[in-house]
Ligand binder design. Structure first.
Ligand code: IPE
Ligand code: IPE
Ligand code: MG
Length: 225
């Protein structure tokens, strides 16, 4: 079975650049190229939802020059490449708090989301200024606001950024780190985790296929026998 939802922690851009004695931003640039290739191949495989972790709430700790470079790459990706992807039937959703983003980037993002809302081939979630704990706090706030005193799993899920989407079946992390780094804590309760040593800029559609075929060998029991 092809996973319905794949989530990826795209890690290792900095190390890719360091190995080549290049500034870290070169790794991020190369990482964007990988994003384009992987989005296309995921879409061809018939996956319903792809979630990419692009910028965490903790990534603000990085030097301002790196944060600025990341945002300028993102903004170019959203303006240019996503338009192209949207013609390919991709629907964009942003997971994360956009409220502190520059106004022009915010409007650009919202307009791409709107333009692609009727696309049905692949839902592409980009986690941007995203933190799973912050997302869960947002759920608590929403429940308090609506006076909900008896939460259920369905109610909680309906207030998450991923509302209406299936939980990830497969979670991939590149660059060999065995940690979650505040990504989708609620949604990955039963995801199959796949860690590869490949750095994100080196990750290819073949590596994606390898991850999927490993996933297909897993015995998912969901607590049963
Ligand atoms: C992932 O690559 C991209 C972001 C977190 C934005 P890193 O920049 O974390 O690369 P490493 O982990 O330092 O190699
Ligand atoms: C996770 O990578 C965040 C993204 C890929 C956007 P990090 O590089 O920020 O994670 P840590 O710091 O190694 O946990
Ligand atoms: Mg990293």
């Amino acid at each position: 079975m092809i996973p319905e939802h794949i989530a990826i922690i795209m890690d290792g851009n900095g190390r890719w650049a360091k190995k080549r004695s290049l500034p870290r931003v070169f790794g991020h640039r190369q990482g964007v190229k990988t994003v384009k290739k992987i989005v296309k191949s995921v879409s061809r495989l018939g996956v319903k939802v792809l979630t990419l972790y692009a910028f965490s709430t903790e990534n603000w700790k990085r030097p301002k020059t790196e944060v600025d470079a990341l945002f300028s790459l993102l903004s170019r990706f959203i303006k240019k490449d996503l338009k192209e992807l949207s013609d390919a039937g991709i629907k964009l959703r942003i997971l994360g708090d956009l409220s502190k983003f520059p106004q022009d980037l915010k409007s650009e993002i919202l307009s791409v989301c709107k333009d692609t809302e009727n696309n049905t081939d692949l839902e592409l979630n980009i986690a941007l200024n995203y933190g799973a704990r912050q997302e869960i706090i947002k759920v608590f706030e929403e429940m308090l606001k609506q006076g909900i005193k008896k939460p259920t799993e369905e109610i909680v899920s309906s207030f998450l950024y991923t509302a209406g989407q299936p939980d990830p079946d497969l979670l991939i992390r590149t660059s060999g780190e065995f940690r979650i780094s505040n990504f989708l804590l609620w949604q990955i309760a039963y995801s199959e985790i796949y860690v590869t040593d490949k750095l994100w800029p080196d990750f290819t559609p073949k590596d994606l296929e390898a991850a999927i075929s490993e996933f297909q060998k897993r015995d998912r029991r969901f607590g049963g026998i």
